[in-house]
Structures are given as C-alpha cells and as structure tokens.
Design a protein around this ligand. Structure first.
Ligand code: 3HC
Length: 306
C-alpha cells in the first residue's frame, strides 16, 4: 500500500468508527501532535493536553501545516476541498493545559517524556479522573507497559500504542499487550489503529517491542563506527540507503527522531536487557550534553539550516 492510500484510507474510514469517537493525547510534542492529527483526520474529536502553552501553539502550527500537506495529496488541485478538509479536521481538535479538560474521552494516549515515574504519576491521575469505560494507552517507545501501569486499577483497559515518526506518514502502529489487558481492550485498540489508517502489529510487553529492539542495536553500532572513525557519517548513511533501500541512513534518522530520544531509548533497553550492545556511547552522550539533539536543535550528527 502506498502513502496516498494510507492517507485516503484514514480519511474514508471516518464513518465506520464504532467504539472510539473521542481521543485525548497528553503531550503536545512531535509524536503527540502527529497522533492528534491522524485521529482528527479520521473524524474523531481530539483534545491535546500539554502543561506548556508554547508547545500547544507549536503543535497547532505543525498540525495545520501537515493537514494541508495531506489535503493537497488527497484532493490534488481542488482548493475548496483542500480548505474544507483542513478546516474540518482542525475544528475537531481542542487544546488545553489542564489534564482535567481531557479526561472525558474514549481513549487517552500518553506521549510525554520517556521517564517511568512521570508516566506512572500521570496514569495514576488519569485512572482516578477518567470515566469507567476509558481506555488508557502509552506511546512509550521502550519502557515496560506493565511497569507504567503498575499503580492503576483498570489494568484490563490499558496497553501500549506505539507510533512512528512522522506519525501521519509511517504506516505502522505497534499494539502492545500488557499482562492484564482484556481481549475487548486489545480488539478496540486494533480497530482504532485501523480506523486511523494504520496497519497494526501486536507485540508482548518486551523491551523495545519489535521496532526499537531491532533499531536500537543497528543505530548503536552505526554510532560506534562513526566514533571509531571507521567511515564518515555521510558514507554510512549512503551505504544503508543504497544497499538496503532504507529511506534514511542511521544518522539522518537519529537526527530526525532526536539524539536525546535515542539516548533515552538505549538507556532503557540496557537496563531492561543488560545486553552490552545498548551500553552508553560517548559520542552520543557528548552531543546530547552539548544540546546537539538533531534537527530540532539545528545540529546533531549533521548541521541544519534554521
Ligand atoms: N505530515 C504529512 N505529510 C508529511 C509529513 C508530515 N509530518 N512529513 C512528510 N510528509 C510527506 C511530504 O509532504 C511528502 O509528500 P509527497 O511525497 O507527496 O511530496 C512525503 O511525505 C515525503 O516527504 P519529503 O519529501 O519531505 O521527504 P522524504 O521523501 O525524504 O521523506 C520521510 C521523509 C517520510 C521522513 C522519509 O525519509 C522516511 O520514511 N524516513 C524514515 C522514517 C522512519 O524510519 N521513521 C521511524 C523512526 S523510529 C520511531 O519513530 C520510533 C520512536 O520510538 C523513536
């Protein structure tokens, strides 16, 4: 299936929605805004919650831009339809700095910082405030779903929904089954993934799930090659694009998703598996310490124009 059919499928599936009609995304960063966008595109009412107003403003700008990109693809040169598509989807999105404003939803997805204690605190609060039927889900990329939900009562209505960057374009959704998820919750999550145009795969609550378990060692080894000076970053990237057909090389991808995110994922994976392939990488630590986080900060492995 190509990119356009993914976008079209998400758009045309809006009428066949059953269980999930209202979605709240907690966290207005890159992932959170992407998740909000695809849900709104599919006809669902969405609330984005973030404590920082400036992040919500940034999220709104990027959603409007990305909706326009999608609309242009779906409706080609039909300016009126493009405008209607963007306005319709945007009108379904609300933003708030208070989590209380987002608790009345069928599905609440957390996409905040990759820190276990911060996520646990949020879920404990959501568990108390959200209506009985609400499903809670984490977009964590590597932290254990069971650990995140350890303190909540509704363990049967809790799981992982792991998206990929850029959310509107990447076709995969990893649906993560915690130990106590009910069959009904799992099926609702799979159905919801389909309703927003994603292809879902299922994975147990295992470190890094499928994608990051494989991507982690790959990017760690690439960083070590670069650190040792075995080959230039540009050549390593070129090698993987031309030899393996990857759309981005390991450094382009790491800069794209963020070096701080990469470091956090490797740290969680090391703790969870004890596998030395995930051990700290001095060049990665140094770049993160210097604030060189990739595209978002203007410099990572590569330098970017503002
Ligand atoms: N919203 C809507 N459309 C978007 C978009 C967005 N956010 N970003 C890109 N697009 C569209 C563009 O409009 C363009 O459309 P067109 O083909 O009709 O012109 C198309 O996507 C391609 O974009 P660009 O021309 O800007 O650039 P590229 O052709 O280089 O593609 C890319 C960019 C889609 C990011 C591609 O390089 C890619 O697929 N890279 C790999 C990304 C990847 O591996 N993601 C997974 C990361 S791992 C992860 O997320 C896990 C987490 O836990 C960290």
């Amino acid at each position: 299936m190509n990119k356009l059919s993914v976008l079209t499928r998400a758009f045309s599936s809006s009428s066949s929605l059953n269980a999930v009609k209202t979605v709240t995304v907690v966290g207005g960063g890159l992932m959170g805004s992407g998740i909000a966008q695809v849900a709104a595109q599919a006809g669902q009412n969405v609330t984005i919650v973030d404590l920082k107003l400036e992040l919500l403003e940034k999220a709104w700008t990027s959603i409007e831009q990305n909706l326009t990109r999608v609309a242009k693809k779906v409706h080609k040169d039909d300016a009126a339809k493009i405008e209607t598509f963007v306005q319709d989807a945007a009108s379904r999105i609300k933003v708030s700095t208070k989590v209380e404003d987002g608790v009345n939803a069928d599905l609440i997805i957390e996409a905040i910082v990759e820190k276990l204690d911060v996520k646990q605190e949020l879920f404990n609060k959501l568990d108390l405030l959200a209506p009985e039927h609400t499903i809670l889900a984490s977009n964590t990329s590597s932290i254990s779903i069971n650990a995140i939900g350890a303190g909540i009562k509704r363990k049967d209505r809790f799981g992982g929904l792991h998206f990929f960057n850029p959310v509107p374009i990447m076709r995969l959704l990893e649906v993560i089954k915690g130990d106590q998820i009910s069959e009904q919750t799992y099926q609702t999550m799979m159905e919801w993934g389909k309703s927003i145009g994603k292809t879902c795969i299922t994975c147990k609550d295992t470190p890094g799930f499928v994608v990051n378990r494989l991507l982690g060692p790959y990017s760690a080894e690439a960083l070590r090659m670069y650190e040792r000076g075995d080959a230039k970053a540009e050549d390593i990237d070129l090698a993987m694009k031309l030899a393996c057909g990857y759309p981005m090389g390991p450094f382009e991808l790491a800069d794209y998703t963020g070096l701080d995110t990469k470091k956090a994922i490797l740290g969680v994976m090391l703790e969870a598996t004890g596998d030395p392939v995930f051990r700290p990488i001095p060049v990665l630590d140094r770049l993160v310490e210097e604030g060189k986080l990739g595209r978002k900060s203007g410099e990572g492995i590569y330098k970017y124009e503002k």
